[in-house]
Write a protein that binds this ligand. Structure first.
Ligand code: 5GP
Ligand code: ZN
Length: 111
């Protein structure tokens, strides 16, 4: 856990969030500032800075499964959706705790 990390605080329940999924390894919650009708963030509970630091094969597989599960539950698999993770300064990563954006519920802009 990282003391100054807002997503670690969400994991610990110190900052409230609207959770859509939780298990022992990951949580998913609605983005506070959604850019699509469905905008969910999926994060590991352990602090990992970003995608480049993600080496745990079991966790990688698990996160992939959970993203698909949430997408199906929200009906996003019907028309499609987007999964993305921003990395570092140029990637536009504002929160330095690995998170995957699930975006959908509308036709998303391609650029
Ligand atoms: P990034 O730009 O790092 O890929 O995305 C960070 C995302 O986290 C943004 O979409 C932002 O709206 C979201 N976010 C930042 N702080 C909070 C928060 O306290 N709660 C929730 N639910 N989302 C947050
Ligand atoms: Zn963190």
């Amino acid at each position: 856990m990282n003391e100054d990390c807002i997503f670690c605080k969400i994991v610990k329940g110190e900052i409230p969030s609207t959770k859509v999924y939780e298990d022992e390894r990951v949580i998913a919650f609605n983005d506070i500032n959604p850019i699509a009708p469905i905008h969910i963030l999926v994060i590991p509970k352990t602090h990992i800075d970003n995608y480049m630091e993600l080496d745990d094969t079991d966790l990688i597989i698990h996160v992939n499964k959970i993203i698909k599960k949430i997408a199906i539950e929200k009906g996003l698999n019907k028309n499609g959706f987007r999964v993305l993770t921003n990395i570092g300064e140029d990637g536009g990563q504002a929160v330095k705790h690995l998170h995957y954006h699930i975006l959908g519920g509308t036709k998303l802009p391609t650029r």
